[in-house]
Design a protein around this ligand. Structure first.
Ligand SMILES: Cc1cc2nc3c(=O)[nH]c(=O)nc-3n(C[C@H](O)[C@H](O)[C@H](O)COP(=O)(O)OP(=O)(O)OC[C@H]3O[C@@H](n4cnc5c(N)ncnc54)[C@H](O)[C@@H]3O)c2cc1C
Length: 386
């Protein structure tokens, strides 16, 4: 809470997601002297998910997909608590953090005057296990993204020894990109004979895209020799994936790219939540129940104007979030954030080719991949202070 002698107030930032990276860079340019800022996040870097398929394809090294947080925090005069938020008590203005430490179960509680949340979405293992028994134990999950990046080299090492059956469960953009990237990489660096399958959950691959884009995606999958199973995965075991129609797919590497959940620690926070458990925010990215709590990215849902959860929207919310946090602190009027009604989508099909779409318009080619590469590298550069 505010120090009554000095008048210094406490801002706690939970997570170093896309919007908070911008908040940090904005604080590095100018931080009010009467504001003490703490960032709670597990790592000293933020991995940019948009470049992870390129990392899988072997086009980027791990460090090229990361924003180093230490220089940003140092410039912004921000303290770092290396850990995960495990609980929030909005009525008491307290967050409970499980601290990353050698000793297990270390925990601290932090009080705040102003709180901002950008912790992204999670895969809730308990909920996953209910619909897909065995997945929590056997699947290689895309989230947390750092864990996936850490484990991917083990898949590569295995692929250098023997052909693999790779099954990606989840036919959305992330699953498609990672599958096509994995195929490209294993054909290049692994022994011959690996096979690749997409399990879509019943729908067409890329079902949230317009029909023209879906046709392009299907053509790409066919050209890459990727088998498509339009069925729902209902469980996994060592070496196999089960689908609802009764089929069993042999599988060495089951990659899970299904939809994500809201974090369970929000449930008892006292904040207004959407039916899916995300933080409900207004046009100022401010909680609809607690005016000193702001949120952006996949953890939040705009009550006035729900939009898809994606990195593009999280990035766009960053400047508005930074402005409104400072305005709230200064007692100045907040500014509404207007998310775009449609965004440019660049779906990479392995490195070297991408499908570009914007609303009903779509096209593809090597130029689209170069465009994505330029945008992604520029994003990383913008926040690398070193
Ligand atoms: C492989 C892949 C590729 C993708 N490609 C694209 C793309 O090209 N374009 C696009 O628009 N979207 C893409 N997405 C979706 C995109 O990743 C997400 O929508 C985006 O990351 C959401 O950003 P965010 O700021 O909400 O959180 P995140 O980027 O998920 O960041 C959350 C941060 O919070 C930290 N954190 C998590 N839990 C806690 C906690 N309890 N306490 C403290 N800190 C915590 C994390 O370590 C991380 O630093 C892709 C997703 C994947 C998996």
């Amino acid at each position: 809470m505010a120090n009554h002698k000095t008048g210094v107030k406490k801002l706690v930032l939970l997570g170093a997601g896309h919007a908070h990276v911008h908040v940090l860079s904005s604080l590095a340019r100018q931080r009010p002297r009467d504001l003490e800022v703490t960032l709670v996040t597990p790592q000293d870097h933020q991995t940019y998910s948009g470049m992870v398929p390129g990392f899988v394809a072997g086009c980027y090294a791990g460090h090229e997909c990361r924003i180093a947080l230490t220089p940003l925090m140092r410039s912004a005069g921000v303290q770092w608590v290396a850990g995960h938020c495990a609980g929030l008590r909005a009525a008491e203005q307290m967050v409970d953090v499980s601290v990353r430490a050698e000793a297990p179960a270390d925990a601290v509680s932090l009080d705040y005057d102003l709180l901002s949340i950008d912790t992204g979405a999670v895969v809730d293992r308990l909920r996953l296990e209910q619909v897909m028994p065995g997945a929590a134990e056997h699947a290689l999950m895309l989230r947390p993204i750092d864990r996936f990046v850490h484990l991917w080299p083990q898949v590569l090492a295995l692929a250098r020894r023997r052909p693999l059956q790779v099954v990606v469960v989840g036919g959305g953009a992330a699953g498609l990109e990672v599958l096509m990237a994995a195929r490209q990489r294993l054909l290049r660096d692994g022994v011959a004979g690996s096979r690749f399958t997409l399990v879509t959950g019943g729908a067409e691959p890329g079902s949230s895209y317009p029909a023209g884009v879906r046709r392009r995606i299907s053509r790409q999958l066919k050209a890459h020799g990727i088998a498509v199973v339009q069925d729902t995965c209902i469980g996994m075991d060592a070496g196999l994936v089960r689908v609802a129609g009764g089929g069993v797919l042999p599988c060495d590497v089951p990659i899970l790219a299904i939809g994500t959940h809201a974090p369970a620690w929000l449930l008892n926070s006292g904040l207004n939540l959407s039916p899916q458990g995300h933080i409900l925010v207004n046009a100022f990215q401010q909680s609809t129940s607690h005016d000193n709590v702001f949120a952006a990215g996949d953890v939040a849902t705009r009550a006035d104007r729900p939009h898809p959860k994606s990195g593009v929207y999280a990035v766009r919310a960053g400047p508005a979030l930074a402005t409104n946090l400072m305005a709230w602190h200064a007692g100045a009027p907040l500014k509404p954030h207007h998310p775009p009604s449609r965004t440019l989508n660049l779906l990479s099909c392995g490195s070297g080719h991408a499908i570009a779409s914007w609303g009903p318009f779509h096209a593809e080619g090597a130029w689209a991949w170069r465009w994505k590469d330029r945008i992604d590298r520029a994003f990383i550069r913008r926040y690398c202070l070193n």
